[in-house]
Structures are given as C-alpha cells and as structure tokens.
Design a protein around this ligand. Structure first.
Ligand code: ADP
Length: 573
C-alpha cells in the first residue's frame, strides 16, 4: 500500500496525508475493482472526498469510522485526541448498505461511473440523526439548513474506512485555481511568504469584505490566501462561474503579489462555530498561520433568513480556545458599515450614535442587480458589477417561467394559451408552452397517473422550464401541480436563474366540476378512477402565489390580462 502519511508538524495532527496511490498500486487496484461492489458519490460527498484525497483534511485518511464519528460529536476530538469539529462521513442508503460488511473493500465512483478510489470498510452503522442534530447543530429545528440537509438529503447509514485513491474528481474549469495544500505551500515558498492569512468565503467579495481582508492583513502583517468555497455547486451553475470571475477581479485590487487564491471544494455543514473551526483546520493544512473570522461566521440563518442559531459569545470562546490548540492566530472582525459623510468603512460597533451609516450585503447587491436597480459606487468594484450584470440581467432581459397551478378544469391551459399568444405577439423572447397534456405526450408518455408518476411529470416540466429560463426564454407551464413541496422545489431551481411567476388558478371545485371538460370528474365521482385531485387526492393551495385568479365569471382574456399586468409591473415585459 502507498505510504499515506508524511510527518510534518505544520499540518494538523502532525502529518500530511496524500491518498493518491502510485501508478503501480493503481494498476493493481484497477484489476481487483471488477469484483467489488460500488458506491457512487453525490456532489456533497465528492467535495469531502477531494479534500480527504489532497490532505486538506489531514490527518484524516478516509471517511470516519464509528468511533471517530462519535468522538467528534461528543467531544470535538478524534479518538486519538486530535481536535476535529465536524463528522466527515459517507452516507449510503439501506439498499447499498445491506450487502456490505466490515473488512471488505468497495469501489468509489463519481456520478458518471468514473472510478475514483477503493475504500477499505471498517464500519457500517445506522446514523442516529437526532443525536447528530443535537450535538452538531445544537438544534433539531428543520428550518436550520444543516439539519434540513441531515434529515432530508443524508442517507440512513454511514460507512467508514480508509481510502486508496486512483483519481481526483474531474474538473474542467478554472484548473490553475484548484491547488492542493502542497501546491499552495510551494507557491508561498516561491513568493517568500512566511505569515499567511487565510480567508474563507462563499459569497462574492464586495468593498466591505475587501476592507476586512486588507485591514486584517495589515493587523497580522501577513499575505492573503483567499479560499473561496465552491462546493455543492458546479458546472451548469452559472452563479459559481460568475463568483469565481469576480474573485479574479478582486484579487487584482490587493497590492501586487500580496494575495493568492485556491478554490476549495467544500460542502459547508452550516454548523456555526464548528464549521468555522473546520475551515480553520483546512486553512492550517494549506499553510495559513493566521485566519480571519468575520462577524457572520458564527451564524447560520434559517432558510428564510429570519433567525440565527449561534451567538457570538459561544463562537468567540470556542475560537479562542481552538486557535491555541491549532497554533494559529485568529484575526477577528466585526461587520464594517459605510459612513457616507466620511466616505469610509467603520466597524458597526464603533460608529457614534446618530452618525449615518449604510450597508449592503452580497445578497442585497444581487437583488438590486436582478431587479434592475443601481449599485452605489462605494459598495463594490466596477468589474464585479459588470460580471453580476452579465449573470443577473435586469428583468426585461431575464428569462422567466409562468407556472400555472390549480384544479383540473380551472382554466390553466386556456389562459396559458392566451398568454402564449400575447408573448409571441410581444416577440422579445422565445416562448415555449409546456401544457400538461402536450408534455405527457412528448416527455412522459411512459408515466401513469399514479401519485408518484404525476409528481415526476411535474418535476420534468419544472426542469425543462428552468433550462428555458436559464437561456433567457419564456416558459409557460400548466400542470395541476397539487403538491406544495414540489412547487417549492421548482421555484427554487428557477429563481436561481430567472423569474418565477406562480399563478394559482383558483376557480372553485364546484365550477371546475360543472365544466368537466374531459368528463374526468364524473368518472372520479363514480369511483372509476382513483386519486383524482380535488376528489380523493388533495390539492395544496399555494400560500403566496405571485398572481391568484379565479376564472368564475371572467373571460380567459381578462384572466390573462391580470398576469400581463403583473409582468409589466415587475418589468419583465
Ligand atoms: P385546466 O387546464 O385548468 O384543466 P382548461 O383550460 O383545460 O383547464 O379548461 C377550462 C375550461 O373553462 C375551458 O372549457 C374554458 O373554456 C372554460 N373557461 C371559462 N371561463 C374561463 C376563464 N376565464 N379562463 C379560462 N378558462 C375558462
């Protein structure tokens, strides 16, 4: 077996781990692989896998076994006493777990089936998610994004064991910006840097963050290593490309040869202080001697941004204690706000009462750009605004989806057809009508009308609409889409790349039933078909659609007009 470790006290735990095997071993492993079961990694797991392989997670040599997992949860330490804040586990479904046993080896593949590694299984166990949520996140509240991910997207079993890696996950973009810890350290040596300040961020860097970084560099007399987290986003996600292009511009604003960056494929746990500590350990492995902790590092807001779960005091205490254990210096920063009169940034807590101050977060800036409003010059850099404008054009240049939902016979298809004609008449963008029946015929004709299949059909419509929206077209969809969760999911996907206008066609059931265009209600009432929406299957009424229209006593033209007015008001047309 390849030697995993190279003793080096500047790495966490005193050793650099490199899981990539040499060509000889690789050839041998490839031969035995054909007889082994496979585990396919998802995007989140691929991030962990990559950091394990390159040694960014040194001293870990694979996905955690049960005793390390429990020890990390209980006391934030590995079994051997090394500080470690967050479990790095590989989750697998019961179906995958059932035939596997400790002591055997399995093949690790990427979603395309590409061979990545061989794992020597030490442990397989059922995750106690309640315990994990309580210990890792300090809450079982599902509005915490990490908890939601644990319960919603993490499989039921964990499998632990060391890895022998044949290949790193493939990346085709920004290759020079993806460096391993030894590569980055090599660069530091070449540049003659000894004091290095790490800065981990997942947001676009605007002026306040830039000011934080430069002041922290001054305070610590160190050069900067920017570590932008690019995990769980990837090809196809234009936001990621935009963000990296923005970082490249911002790097140019630092004094010459004082800042470098390396993209970090990290899947954040959003576990507040524990997550921050993990970034800090990664920073140490990349050779940082100092690390920035900004004011928001402590927080993990709920998905609607209303609450935060971790307070500053807890983080502060933990940061202090852990920094000592890691042998790193922590540079703490409060939020900076802009004082228009002084034309300068100041820490919020140092602004004299009564002094006018303003701040715009990265999200505020993005929202402003998306709704076509101006960005003040103090807030960010001209090149960054230009990049964001390319990615988030004003509504009149964005694609959008009009998503009709409502009972059968409510009038969705009829209004959709009117709207389709109007959009063609306007003629500014390509328009696609994704009517329920047409989609069934062309995209989903193998599907039945079972609850599950109807939901798959709606998701397919949502996917096609998101592709159209991303490419700046107009998609008009008219499925029944009775389930709120599916609609939410589709909304989230589409809003990431353009406008989403949900139209609830709220015609009451008795009116729809009287219309009974397709004779389906009569059949459902007679019990000839089962699971019909509105009769013996629920329709979950949208809580806050952009437009709600009841077609009773209205013409289709009048109903379509209400949608056109909304589109005009929001500057889409
Ligand atoms: P859905 O697509 O929601 O199942 P359809 O559009 O196929 O519904 O059918 C709706 C029926 O209601 C059509 O026969 C249509 O002519 C009639 N209708 C009456 N008033 C309206 C209106 N204001 N908007 C849409 N349809 C209407």
């Amino acid at each position: 077996m390849t030697d995993f470790y190279a003793s080096d006290s500047s790495y966490h735990g005193g050793q650099w781990v490199n899981l990539l095997v040499d060509p000889e071993r690789s050839a041998l492993l490839k031969k035995i692989c054909t007889d082994l079961s496979s585990i396919t990694l998802n995007d989140r797991q691929l991030c962990d896998f990559e950091l394990l392989t390159t040694g960014a997670f040194s001293p870990l040599t694979g996905f955690m076994n049960r005793s390390n997992y429990e020890s990390v949860l209980d006391r934030m330490k590995l079994q051997d006493g090394t500080l470690w804040p967050v479990p790095i586990c590989l989750d697998i479904s019961e179906t995958v777990a059932r035939p596997l046993e400790a002591g055997q080896s399995v093949v690790i593949r990427d979603p395309e089936g590409f061979l990545l590694a061989v794992m020597h299984v030490e442990d397989i166990w059922k995750a106690d998610k309640d315990k994990e949520a309580a210990l890792l996140y300090g809450t079982a509240d599902k509005s915490h994004p990490g908890v939601a991910d644990l319960f919603g997207n993490t499989a039921a079993y964990y499998i632990g064991g060391s890895l022998e890696v044949l290949s790193l996950p493939l990346h085709f973009d920004f290759k020079p910006l993806r460096m391993t810890p030894p590569e980055v350290r090599g660069l530091f040596r070449k540049l003659g840097w000894n004091r290095i300040l790490g800065f981990h961020t997942v947001n676009t860097i605007h002026r306040p963050e830039f000011e934080v970084a430069i002041r922290a560099m001054q305070k610590s007399r160190a050069n900067l290593l920017l570590l932008p987290g690019v995990g769980m986003t990837g090809p196809g996600d234009f936001d990621y490309y935009t963000r990296v292009r923005c970082y490249r511009h911002v790097i140019g604003y630092f004094p010459p040869e004082s800042a470098v960056m390396s993209l970090l494929p990290v899947s954040m746990r959003m576990a507040g202080p524990r997550d921050w500590l993990l970034q800090c350990i990664i920073g140490k492995n990349y050779g940082c001697t100092h690390f920035i902790v900004g004011h928001q590092h402590a927080y993990s807001g709920t998905s609607n941004g209303a609450l935060s779960f971790y307070d500053d005091d807890t983080t502060r205490a933990m940061v202090q204690e852990s920094a000592q254990a890691l042998g790193m210096s922590i540079v703490r920063f409060e939020e900076l706000v802009y004082l228009p009169f002084e034309d300068e940034f100041f820490p919020r807590d140092q602004v004299a009462p009564g002094t006018e101050s303003i701040s715009l977060t990265s999200l505020d800036i993005r929202e402003r750009i998306r709704s076509g409003r101006k960005i003040p010059r103090w807030a960010t850099f001209a090149e960054v605004v230009a990049e964001l404008k390319k990615a988030y054009p004003s509504p009149s240049r964005q694609g959008f989806t009009v998503f009709f939902t409502g009972l059968s016979g409510a009038g969705k298809s009829t209004i959709a057809r009117v709207l389709y004609a109007k959009m063609l008449e306007i003629g500014k963008r390509p328009v696609t009508l994704l009517d329920g029946d047409i989609v069934r015929l062309n995209l989903s004709n193998e599907l039945s009308f079972s609850k599950e299949h109807r939901d798959i059909n709606v998701r397919r419509i949502g996917f096609v609409a998101s592709e159209i929206t991303k490419n700046r077209g107009v998609a008009i969809c008219a499925p029944i889409a009775p389930y709120a969760a599916t609609r939410h999911e589709i909304r989230a996907n589409i809003e990431a790349c353009g406008g989403f206008i949900e139209v609830h066609v709220a015609t009451p059931l008795d009116v729809c039933e009287k219309r009974d265009r397709k004779g389906m209600y009569a059949k459902a009432r007679a019990g000839l078909i089962k699971g019909y929406t509105g009769i013996d299957d629920p329709y979950e009424i949208p809580e806050a659609p952009e437009v709600r229209v009841d077609t009773t006593g209205k013409t289709p033209d009048e109903a379509a007009q209400e949608i056109l007015i909304y589109l005009g008001q929001k500057r889409f047309i």
